[in-house]
Design a protein around this ligand. Sequence first.
Ligand code: 13P
Ligand code: SF4
Length: 370
Amino acid sequence: MSPTPTTVDTEPLPFEEFRNASDAELNARIEAVRRELGSSLLILGHHYQQDEVIRFADLRGDSLKLSQLAAESRDCRSIVFCGVHFMAETADVLSRDDVSVYLPDMSAGCSMADMADLDAVEAAWSDLSELIDVEDVTPVTYINSTADLKAFCGRHGGIVCTSSNARKVLEWAFARRKRALFFPDQHLGRNTARTMGVPLDQMPVWDPRRELGGNSPHQIENSRVILWRGHCSVHQMFKPAHVAQFRERDPNVKILVHPECSMEVVEAADLVGSTEYILKTIEQAPAGSSWAVGTELHLVNRLAKEHPDKTIQFLSPMVCMCATMYRIDLPHLAWCLENLARGTPVNRVQVPDETKRWARESLRRMLELK
Ligand code: 13P
Ligand code: SF4
């Protein structure tokens, strides 16, 4: 099954065969490829992946940790990313040039990342330049964005942030320039700037479908952080009323949420942080403690299963799962891996060179922050 010249020209294995296979068979086939490819293959997995898939990840983490792991990877020639498209793109930008990155299902996107595109951000930048000096604005993109937006930030003296370093990034930005344009997640931007004392009236929201983003010239001139009108459809489901219900039922419960939740939820919570922070907080919590967690369902369910000595509940009565993360399943993983081993790779994520060059710049600025 190794990628020898005799197999390079064969047709990719059809996906249908994998869809009809049992989980036991798929598990065995995935293990066989991992044994065969050894250290030349690195499987990275985001914490939101379903249990069936994440168990095959060599390394797991939040977006920051996974970016660092891709940048530091030494032995591997291929990274198979069990996560969503922007994560695989970031791995392609940061990994060595002789490493190829694959996403088992190309339809695993991120609805928040889709809320800002390069044309709209460039149009906003041009509109802003009519009113204020954009040399004094740092564009900051949340890592949940396409590579060309990271490249935009690279070209304009900007930077990338993740949910675990957004404050450090905004401090970096304010040390250099007066204002920041933060996209695509308004909530992460607002929640972070709030902890730094930026008042709400200096954080106008930019709606790309409206003239001047739906703002008056005064609002823009008065701004410190201009927030893009984007959000995560999963985290917007958590409401302050859910926090209140949990507290009423159990006065000792601790509320732990992701910073993609709304400001009202974040301010009502006890602790806020990235998926890695959430995982570590629960791991370190004392036995008998009680938690309501506001982040994606698969991660919360896994934490509850792994820590039966603690009470871990999901913060919303509604099912809030990331449907795109869930697209990475055993059939897609097995299909992707077997094609890779056979020399007929499928679903390579390849960022064009010029975009890569500038996206690397904005990611480098982030990764160098201490
Ligand atoms: P983390 O970087 O905290 O893992 O967040 C990624 C994400 O997409 C959360 O919705
Ligand atoms: Fe994107 Fe939200 Fe899914 Fe995270 S949970 S990958 S922000 S859609």
